[in-house]
Write a protein that binds this ligand. Sequence first.
Ligand code: UGA
Length: 432
Amino acid sequence: MKIAIIGTGYVGLVTGVCFAELGNKVICVDNDSKKINSLKKLIIPIYEPGLDDLVKRNVKNKRLSFSTSIKDAVNNSEVIFIAVGTPPRENGEADLTGIENVARSIAKAMSSYRLIVEKSTVPIETGIWVEHTIKLNINKKIKFDVASNPEFLREGQAIDDFMHPDRIVIGVESQRAKEILTSLYKPIGAPIVVTDIKSAELIKHASNSFLATKISFINAIAQICDLTGADVAKVAEGMGLDKRIGRAFLNAGIGYGGSCFPKDLDAFVKICEKYGYDFKLLKIVKDINHRQKQIFVDKIKDALWILKDKCIGVLGLAFKPNTDDIRESAAIDIIKRLLQEGASIQVFDPQGMEKSKAILEGVKFCRDPYEAAKKSDCLVVLTEWSEFKELDFKLIKKLMRQPLIIDGRNIYDKVLLKKLGFRYICVGRPKI
Ligand code: UGA
């Protein structure tokens, strides 16, 4: 099929390149001409494992191209995905200006039937507004359909998530739209859930809210563990083996971050308010997540007493491993709190350093984990990169001022660290 993706951010670029890989002809559009020019030169604006090779291969095979022109893309495509950003407004609502503008531009460029698909995470009923906007701006004789096809990919494993999803959700209101989307996704071979548009829109917000709830739930359990001496890792294992609960997203730590959960929960709470429902549960989920960061800073204070002029080595800046994304990263939040307390910070992250330099002042950015540990009063783990799991701890111990590790992601074997002479503090697990 011939496909246009409007909005070449994380979701748009991954979706576009994966559809191209499946044999479709894809044009990725963005109004950021700098980004499009870079992509034309095969410079990829984000770090995502496997993305680089896939873009190069599909551009070379002429299945993938980049443009700043919605008009050209709409003329040359039968299916148009809208994947522009829906950033939060000050009150937490999603700002849908980008979606409206794109819908208007698509309408003006259309000369025959097109299927317009919402890919961005949007509030329920956005589909109705997209349809309305297109109707207002289109030549009345032209037929079109609107559909919702939310994306569930995770940063850091986005390509695998796209190619091997647990399910594909398509919200449609016509047989024609259903047939186009089911045949587009057929090669992937995953279960397809066909719904109306509103239900598809709701599935996305409900899924992210549920996952965030799981994380805050286990973080609350971690608090009980810290207070009682139980072990949250064992509790999660014991709960997770129950198939009705599942082990995924039960890792306690410093709270969830990223460009999706915090923003989507805020937006969802707002939408519910608009319809007259006060989603108190989600407000508490957000509150637990917010407090989790200060609780971790307090652990560091308990271990070091006064933070002023203490040197803290930090491992991790990205909101999770395998990404350079630091948006709403709990690591950044915690570092800022430590700086406010007067601590001096030396940090290393395999991918998140460049983006962090712009927002963290007065921090030393190190070449590797060992430089971050050098002469530090404690080493703090904030992102669970796998390379942090395999460190030379004998060397780390020699480099540090005192052998103290405070682990916000529970990645180390506490027995081993104790044997090596470290004091090891983590989240929701008893000291030994
Ligand atoms: C999330 C969803 O998982 C995707 O399905 C969805 O498509 C995406 O949002 C989106 O809406 O675009 P993502 O934000 O990339 O994906 O990252 P996750 O892997 O879900 O992690 C989110 C945060 O939760 C991270 O800060 C991570 O460290 C934290 N987390 C995750 C925990 O603290 N504990 C866990 O057990 C799991």
